[in-house]
Design a protein around this ligand. Structure first.
Ligand code: SAM
Length: 334
């Protein structure tokens, strides 16, 4: 039974916080960011101590799972100081899981320390196994570094889930091979529908691949069986008989799972988004800085949860040219 004082208007317990520690990234994935991005002003950034204080208030209120994301979380200066500090909540038992989502570029450097801080599982985003295509998608990324990062993470004992955004005409033909590869290395594999967040150069209609279609195609070569496995996130899983591994589907467009949403998202400037697909947000920086005690902050969090919307309504089609929300995924980190 979930114990949390954070219950939203639809009786959903909020037990999962995703914290974007920076909106900056060392990649520029074409479906995620524009090439020339304007980032949040550095002067607005919360310090690592402030981020720790914010997370700790959420944990006091009943958050049991914390995911660090970004931008690229591992490019935030001294991020391991924050991870180390937050690990005290794992030791005390207040937090069930501390995890992160990363592009893997810095993992070779940080994997062992992450494991030492009590991180057990991480998500690594990887959309292709082809070095040239990888460079084209990420604009700045180096596949070899990510591979070294995956090796280091597995050597450190971290469980890995690979996440790939399914992109029509870009990686769709490669997904069965990626599935075999990931499962062959003992990693779960999850595919994600591209979401209309922020302006990018490309047309999202051209990139959008409904996962209902992908699943039907995969079923021509694999036996997929729905399983009740959950990690607390939005993925729905199947078991793949031929590989013995798990395949997840994140389908915000073809089928949203908002009714079971247990999450809120905090940016590195202290803005709380109650839904990935809505513009409404609450400023937690002002109450954080207004007093040394946490009462104002706790009250602001309660008020924000009281207006968590029922869900999002992402649409991608040729008539709907504008993104559903103006911010890029890198602000909230998915
Ligand atoms: N840099 C880290 C990473 O690459 O995992 C964390 C942040 S990144 C924004 C989180 C995830 O969001 C990645 O898996 C990325 O592929 C995905 N993503 C970014 N923009 C997206 C979009 N418009 N639709 C769907 N997924 C997106």
């Amino acid at each position: 039974m979930t114990q949390t004082s954070l219950i939203d208007p639809f009786a959903r317990p909020i037990t999962y916080l995703r914290l974007s520690v920076t909106d900056r990234c060392d990649f520029r994935c074409t479906y995620c960011m524009a090439e020339n991005m304007t980032f949040l002003p550095r002067r607005d950034l919360l310090s690592l101590e402030e981020l720790d204080r914010l997370c700790s208030v959420f944990i006091d209120k009943g958050v049991r799972k914390l995911r660090l994301t970004g931008g690229e979380p591992l490019v935030r200066k001294n991020v391991m100081v924050l991870v180390r500090a937050l690990s005290r909540h794992l030791e005390s038992g207040a937090l069930e899981e501390l995890t992160l989502t990363t592009n893997g570029s810095q993992l070779a450097r940080f994997a062992a320390e992450l494991a030492d801080c009590g991180v057990r599982r991480i998500n690594v985003s990887l959309d292709t196994l082809d070095a040239q295509k990888f460079r084209a998608i990420t604009r700045w990324g180096d596949l070899e570094k990510v591979m070294a990062g995956l090796d280091a993470a597995q050597a450190a004992g971290l469980k890995i889930k690979l996440n790939a955004v399914a992109l029509k005409g870009v990686n769709e033909d490669e997904l069965p091979e990626m599935l075999r590869w990931a499962h062959g290395r003992g990693m779960d594999f999850t595919v994600i529908e591209t979401m209309p967040m922020g302006e990018i150069e490309a047309d999202r209609t051209d990139q959008y691949l409904p996962l209902s279609l992908l699943r039907a195609r995969l079923e021509r070569q694999f036996t997929l069986t729905d399983i009740p496995y959950r990690t607390g996130g939005p993925a729905r899983y199947v078991e793949v008989a031929e590989t013995g591994g798990r395949l997840g589907f994140i389908t915000p467009l073809t089928h949203n799972f908002c009714e079971s949403c247990n999450r809120v998202r905090l940016t590195c400037t202290g803005t709380l988004y109650m839904c990935l697909g809505q513009e409404d947000a609450a400023d937690l920086r002002a109450p954080l800085r207004a007093s040394e005690g946490n009462e104002l902050l706790a009250q602001a969090i309660n008020e924000a949860i009281d207006r968590k919307p029922k869900g999002h309504d992402f649409i991608i089609d040729r008539r709907t040219r504008r993104p559903a929300v103006s911010r890029h995924m890198s602000v909230t980190g998915g």
